[in-house]
Design a protein around this ligand. Structure first.
Ligand SMILES: [Fe+2]
Ligand SMILES: [Fe+2]
Length: 327
């Protein structure tokens, strides 16, 4: 099998990656889900649990559905590790080159997100956990195609985009939870958003280095990624009842302001800006790609209003995750 495009270029970045392993939480200072959850081994566990459940009592169905969608997406972490290993090439599972170390450290940090959100949702007693679990199970089994194949640069663009998207959506969920009186959940979502922002910084810096060393192919890869909408990691989710579950969840999350089309457009504009796409010096096909990319954020922004209007027209849908209630 031929080597994936840009395999060598990414391998040459190992020293660059080594210098950025500090973007991972140092092991001795790492946070853990238990830091944000009731301690059931303590005498006052009932009071702690009651406090959590009272805090969650005011969450709207839209907030719950958005949160479950975020949880399921986090829980499908094995899918993303498989995808990332195309770049990291941890052939043995314990390789000690920097890309492999980054990938395992990143996986360990991401693993906290699903763990924390899942435990919180179970303890709060407001969602149908079996239905949520079934959705996760099926999503992992169905797999995930980020449409970054075969160019490894596309993988870095995708991760930069997704880490920023999750950072924004967890931060918005934190704000919504606080507004609805759930300060427990607000703290949890804020903590997770902070991790995503650190991860975003890593992938964005790595792709920034690619733009510096190989601007021609970098800009072409970005055009390839943005020619169609970036696929969402949870796109194949189903609870066994609703084959359109992901689309229905996405509508709820947009209406609740958790993750909107405007966010999407702004992420694209942001990446174009931080990678200096406008200023790079390229010619021919790459120059045409550059031109296309510089207008893409604005193009999406212009569509945002009609997307919003359309969202308002969408009928309510019943979610098994919240015992069939409609949102
Ligand atoms: Fe995450
Ligand atoms: Fe992430």
């Amino acid at each position: 099998m031929p080597e994936a495009p840009h395999f060598e270029a990414l391998q040459a970045m190992n020293p660059f990656v080594a210098e950025r392993l500090s973007l991972l939480d140092p092991m001795e200072r790492a946070w853990h889900p238990s830091d944000y959850l009731p301690d059931l081994s303590k005498e006052d566990w009932r009071e702690q649990l009651e406090a959590l459940r009272a805090s969650a009592a005011g969450l709207s169905d839209a907030a719950l559905v958005s949160l479950v969608g975020a949880l399921v997406t986090e829980e499908a972490l094995p899918n993303y590790s498989i995808a990332l290993n195309r770049i990291a090439r941890d052939e043995t599972g314990t390789c000690d080159h920097p890309w492999a170390k980054w990938m395992r450290g990143w996986t360990a940090e991401e693993n906290r997100h699903g763990d924390l959100l899942g435990t919180y949702l179970r303890l709060c007693g407001r969602v149908n956990m079996r239905s949520v679990e079934r959705t996760t199970h099926e999503l992992i089994a169905r797999g995930f195609d980020p449409r970054t194949h075969p160019d490894l640069y596309c993988g870095l663009i995708y991760t930069s985009f997704q880490e920023r998207a999750t950072s924004i959506s967890h931060a918005n969920e934190a704000r919504l939870a606080a507004a609805q009186g759930d300060l427990f959940l607000a703290k949890i979502c804020k903590r997770i958003a902070g991790d995503e922002a650190r991860h975003e910084s890593f992938y964005t810096q790595a792709m920034g280095e690619v733009f510096r060393t190989d601007p021609n192919d970098a800009v072409l890869a970005m055009k390839t990624m943005l020619r169609t909408l970036i696929v969402m990691p949870g796109q194949f989710m189903t609870d066994g009842r609703d084959p359109m579950l992901f689309d229905h969840f996405a509508v709820v999350a947009q209406r609740a302001g958790i993750y909107t089309f405007t966010d999407y457009a702004q992420i694209i504009s942001h990446l174009v800006k931080v990678w200096g796409v406008e200023k790079i010096s390229v010619s021919g096909e790459a120059a045409r790609a550059q031109n296309y990319l510089c207008k893409q954020g604005e193009r999406y922004m212009a569509l945002a209003e009609s997307v919003d209007a359309n969202l308002k027209l969408q009928p309510k849908v019943s979610f098994d995750w919240i015992f069939g209630r409609e949102v």
